[in-house]
Design a protein around this ligand. Structure first.
Ligand code: URA
Length: 209
């Protein structure tokens, strides 16, 4: 069964409201996204497997839990995924990182890949695919199809805001990939922007408007 998990922690919701406001500066927007991304990472990694290892404290020997298995792979869908990636890397500095770049062909509206660089052997690694906005879902759907070709152990999709249309589209194509989001907004406008949303996440993050 496909799942959408709404991560509605009060700190995330408060920071997201600040991000949505149109007068929030580029610097503030970027730092808030970094903070929220750490909180999202905390929730999304709750089910990471642990194993007991023997360690020595100054007082005694003990069996203590540590993460088991291979390091997680974070995949940023360019370019706005970078903001979530940076925040998550602060919490998981040893994570492996991949990037996928897609643009929308203005004539056909099909997502066209222009960049793809993912760590070599991901067959035993869990993959977190990050992009702040799940709008139409076209990029996310295409990215996950491409990433499935690398046969990772598992895939989760993590975003900040999702539109109902994007969730439906994504789940119709990838019912096996759970979505984690901080909010589900009302709808898309005629240009594919999320309403009420926060505008263009990449432009707001990089100050390109
Ligand atoms: N991408 C954005 O950055 N914002 C939207 O509202 C939709 C897609």
């Amino acid at each position: 069964m496909p799942t959408v998990t709404l991560i509605d922690h009060p700190l995330i919701q408060h920071k997201l409201t600040l991000m949505r406001q149109k007068d929030t500066s580029t610097a503030k927007f970027r730092s808030l996204l970094g903070e929220i991304s750490m909180l999202l990472a905390y929730e999304v990694t709750r089910d990471m497997p642990l194993e007991k290892v023997e360690i020595e404290t100054p007082m005694a020997i003990m069996q203590a839990p540590m993460l088991s298995g291979k390091k997680v792979v974070l995949i940023s869908i360019m370019r706005a995924g970078q903001g979530i990636l940076d925040g998550m890397l602060q919490l998981m500095p040893s994570a492996r990182v991949g990037h996928i770049g897609l643009y929308r062909d203005p004539r056909t509206h099909i997502a066209v890949e222009y960049y793809f660089k993912v760590p070599g052997d991901v067959s035993e690694r869990d993959m977190l695919v990050v992009d702040p906005m799940l709008a139409t879902g076209n990029s996310a759907v295409a990215a996950v199809y491409r990433l499935k070709e690398t046969q990772p152990h598992s895939i989760k999709f993590v975003c900040l805001l999702a539109a109902p249309e994007g969730i439906e589209h994504f789940h119709s194509e990838h019912p096996d990939v759970p979505i984690f989001t901080a909010a589900i907004d009302d709808k898309l406008d005629e240009h594919g922007y999320i309403l009420p949303g926060l505008g263009d996440a990449g432009d707001r993050m990089f100050g390109t408007k």
